[in-house]
Design a protein. Structure first.
Lengths: 334, 334, 334
């Protein structure tokens, strides 16, 4: 694109050569020449002036030495450029000759199915779905319109996806929940006959596991985003618009509310209830149910302001022991 | 099934319409109509009466308003229904035309091998094994009778499975252990030439990694169940009938006894010895060997009753500091 | 090999029957007969004498009862035997008939591509690369000479590998970073249009995820070794010759220096800077940037000697409370 074309795309005011070629959106720190960055403040502008970007997106309150475009909201303008630069993983139209689709499965004519995908009995692939190479779509799975199943993702039987669900490479939905009973000498497997339901507009990260329910459903609510390497155990229910960061583990039957944010490596014991708008900081461990919205941290997870206070005092333990010793000495000397 | 058929199956006494259609075993809380739930106590009976189940499995001491079946052990009866409802992932008999089986590999005629499975030189697939699509069975692997290898599971070379071992989707057995030596300027890879042995009746969760030994074997004892996203490092030995929950990490050469239970996200340092019947609570970290049976928690893992006491006192640190300050003031005022 | 052949290979002095058959390098504790072990001290020699090894590699200061070979450095000699015993996962020369290679992709004639591998548009596979079954090499990926991509590894678009990079089974490079903006009612996906760069001589463990950058690059420096089930988030930069153990998580945009070692299950918050030669012990959590080399532990990660002191004092909290109570009683009694 030329700088003039960018200005039109973002609805901004051009300050520089219209014909300047712009390669891609870049960060202000980048060294390679050719891209366009954004800056919202003087300090970021300084960084961007020294970086490799050949043009900048700026608020009307700033002016650059490099060519720039004045916009109302530089971040939103940059976001628009990112969306334009995004290219989905390549996939040809139609069903590839090497894909194995069971005759009883239904694939919408507008769906794309890549090489070596396997779609089992009774599965349904909705309009505009993209099923990438090596994806395994098990018996009676149901994919709503516009889903993307990346290479090597595995859906066991009866996994139901809403619309526009993204499942990244290597994710496994619907494996057996971890349930056994001890019979006195060994563990008997409790059959896991339930389903997995992922509602519309969810994104499931690479190598994340979401187990099927023992009976009933493991469920992830609409708009919830889950990062890589996350474990969602059997019969867990997660609300809408949550953000679950990488390596989080949620144990069996726990119920998570709406708009919950879980930091990296945090976790929850089984059968907990975590209310709406709870924020778990990284590594927090929910060992008792949490009702009230707010930020929680630590092991066990407690309100952050309390947890931080205790953490700080823990660091002062050497001082505490010294002060105690001194008091004891004074008492003994008396 | 009809309610009468269920009663015969579980060996119970029918109290309700024989012809009532039962869709599936369900939980007492379920809303959808049609299933059968179990209740062992008054309180669960109340929940089940309000749920969608159209019939109940009850002990002889309870009577429901809904149709019910009296049994000696409602939980065991429900378990029998679950086993009947269980359906293995679909797989046709024989070896699929697209599976690539090396001519030197041996596949029992009763084994099933799905589309796009790859079985390498010298591998042996025992009677009744189910090898699902995209499974990779490396050179000289050996699968005992009745194993199930789910889609995308990878067995590097010389992985030996006993009988009835289940390996879930995406699990990786036999990748190189993480071993290097620092030569003063870079890390030299220590070749990992050992094997992996998984004994009979083990279950390995989705996306779990069990590394091959440097020399010798990484070994998992009979009947041990391992959840998703677990890391078992090179030369680890795990005893029989253990239960290792999700996201646990066991570092190199650690020896785990029999019937050990490891809670979610717990872990062990390398070269530890963990005795029989040890229970690690969630997130526990074994930094010193543990001999005695019992429950351990925290970082480092200590007997739970001690760890809990310390944890509670940690929460009282603000009070402790206040009491100390008061004492100091009194001493100074004197 | 015969013992005489081993002696020549390791450049040692034979003390035993030249024709003795040696099966493989083994550990001193092994029970099976036939292998060769090494011992560097009297105590290891004792263990090895009682194990199944039929011959030993010993320093010139020790003599065994079993046949042995005197060498300058038993560990290095054993290492040489390991290297000789190592066998790469089997793979035939050339491109397998079932591999799907886009016509615009370039595969060096010396590269090996296994069954059911998929290589997309514009990808380049360098000399001597081994691409195993079910590997997915996305559009415009670039693999330097001598790389090994194990079964089921997934490279999304624009992943660039240096030379001799090893990517283990199930690893996912280039999935979308976890980036969203909250628009008041839902999370909008921030397009992830950057790349992943893995420099020469890196090893990436099984089931490890390295996300593409939002813009720019997620980068791993030369010689860095990463274990299984690790999460490297978008825009992270890791230096050279680091060792990152299993289940570590590094959040977005964090910069890690050279020769950093991260213990199992350790982690870092986003936008941190971790200096050269920092060592994080297992489970350490970097919540503030770390400049100075040295060992760090705990949550938050602090210099180990401080963290250990605090940890020990924490264990003495029951004693502390008791001492405080006693002092209070004395003060009140007065």
């Amino acid at each position: 694109m030329t700088l003039a074309e960018v200005a039109i795309l973002v609805g901004g005011e051009l300050n520089g050569p219209a014909e300047l070629e712009i390669s891609e959106p870049v960060s202000p720190e980048v060294k390679e020449l050719g891209g366009i960055a954004f800056a919202e403040s003087e300090s970021y502008l300084e960084i961007a002036e020294q970086g490799g970007a050949v043009a900048l997106l700026l608020p009307r309150s700033l002016r650059g030495k490099k060519p720039f475009i004045h916009v109302d909201n530089p971040r939103a303008a940059f976001f628009a450029l990112l969306q334009r630069a995004e290219q989905p993983l390549s996939l040809n139209p139609g069903v590839h000759a090497t894909a194995i689709v069971d005759p009883t499965a239904t694939v919408d004519p507008s769906a794309q199915v890549g090489p070596y995908a396997v779609i089992e009995r009774g599965a349904r692939i909705g309009a505009g779905c993209r099923v990438y190479p090596f994806a395994y779509i098990g018996e009676n799975c149901d994919l709503g319109a516009g889903c993307a199943i990346f290479p090597h993702a595995v859906l066991y039987t009866r996994v139901r996806l809403g619309e526009r669900v993204i499942v990244h490479a290597g994710a496994v939905l619907g494996a057996d929940g971890f349930g056994y009973v001890w019979d006195g000498s060994k563990r008997l497997k409790v059959p896991q006959v339930g389903a997995v339901v992922i509602e519309s507009d969810c994104e499931i990260g690479a190598l994340t596991a979401i187990d099927r329910a023992t009976v009933g459903e493991t469920r992830v609510g609409p708009g919830t985003k889950i990062d890589n390497l996350v474990q969602i155990a059997h019969n867990v229910e997660i609300g809408s618009h949550c953000a679950i960061a990488s390596q989080v583990g949620i144990a069996g039957s726990t119920k998570v509310g709406d708009r919950v944010m879980a930091g990296g490596q945090s976790g929850s014991a089984d059968h907990m209830v975590i209310g709406n708008d709870v924020v778990l900081t990284a590594r927090a461990a929910v060992l008792q149910s949490i009702e009230s919205p707010g930020e929680y941290m630590g092991f066990p997870a407690r309100p952050s302001f309390e947890a931080k206070k205790v953490l700080l005092l823990t660091l002062k333990l050497p001082e505490l022991f010294a002060r105690l010793k001194k008091l004891e000495k004074r008492a003994n000397d008396r």
